[in-house]
Design a protein around this ligand. Sequence first.
Ligand code: AMP
Length: 272
Amino acid sequence: MQARSDLSRRQGRKIAFVPTMGFLHEGHLSLMKAGHKRADEVLVSIFVNPTQFAPGEDLEAYPRDFDRDCRLCEKEGVSVIFSPDVKELYPDGFQTYVTLEKLPHHLCGISRPTHFRGVATVVSKLFNIVKPHVAIFGEKDFQQLQVIRRMVKDMNFDIEIVGAPIVREADGLAMSSRNTYLKPEHRISALSLCNSLKKAKEMADAGISDAKTIIDATIKQISGYPETAIDYVAVCDPETLEDMKIIDRPAVMALAVKVGKTRLIDNMMLKT
Ligand code: AMP
């Protein structure tokens, strides 16, 4: 992979990179499209990264369909799919991890304390292997995007990070490989995430600036649906991810909710 990227670079070709865990959907494809706009070729990685899953999470169950993913990448004009084995990225003796001091202590990082260490580590490794000029990440994983932006700044990676908007199903549900776990009867509960975010945005637009008032309304709305268990609902500073009490500057609402056994996340800017 490094030799392939060296060749592209020698030929003066700009490389865009889209890291994924596979089981591709329109959200992933939108990142590839964004890559084509910014570079001469788009490279995709498909790797279900074990270090970002904690014991008891869905590593083994995570949906996989490599052949279908290859067809979709081909259709999007992807020039290389990098899909290493776990042992290739984490050989015996592996012991170097990338950790951030503050960003992982908010939102998803509270219930998944080792998750962002796994993300930052694998993305650093992939950056060193794929050697892109630009890398595209979805705003769907808002905290992940901020972690990567911060890591790239802090570690002087010579890579431009681009955030791409959340792609949603027709009914508003944020696309996710994990949506495949949802049973039909869970759909209406799953939709409470995006519907409550829209409501929260309407409240902020109507001039309600007290974050707690909006958070309480959101919790009440989601809890009204069957089989929902809220992990968090937060209004925070989009850069530091620190909680905000008063929405008087840019603010994002982020939430994580278990619907049945499926953990879903979504977010929306309340004020830009
Ligand atoms: P994943 O395969 O879930 O690790 O996601 C790979 C990349 O796709 C990440 O940068 C995600 O933020 C992005 N992504 C996943 N779902 C969506 C979506 N619905 N809209 C936009 N980007 C997404």
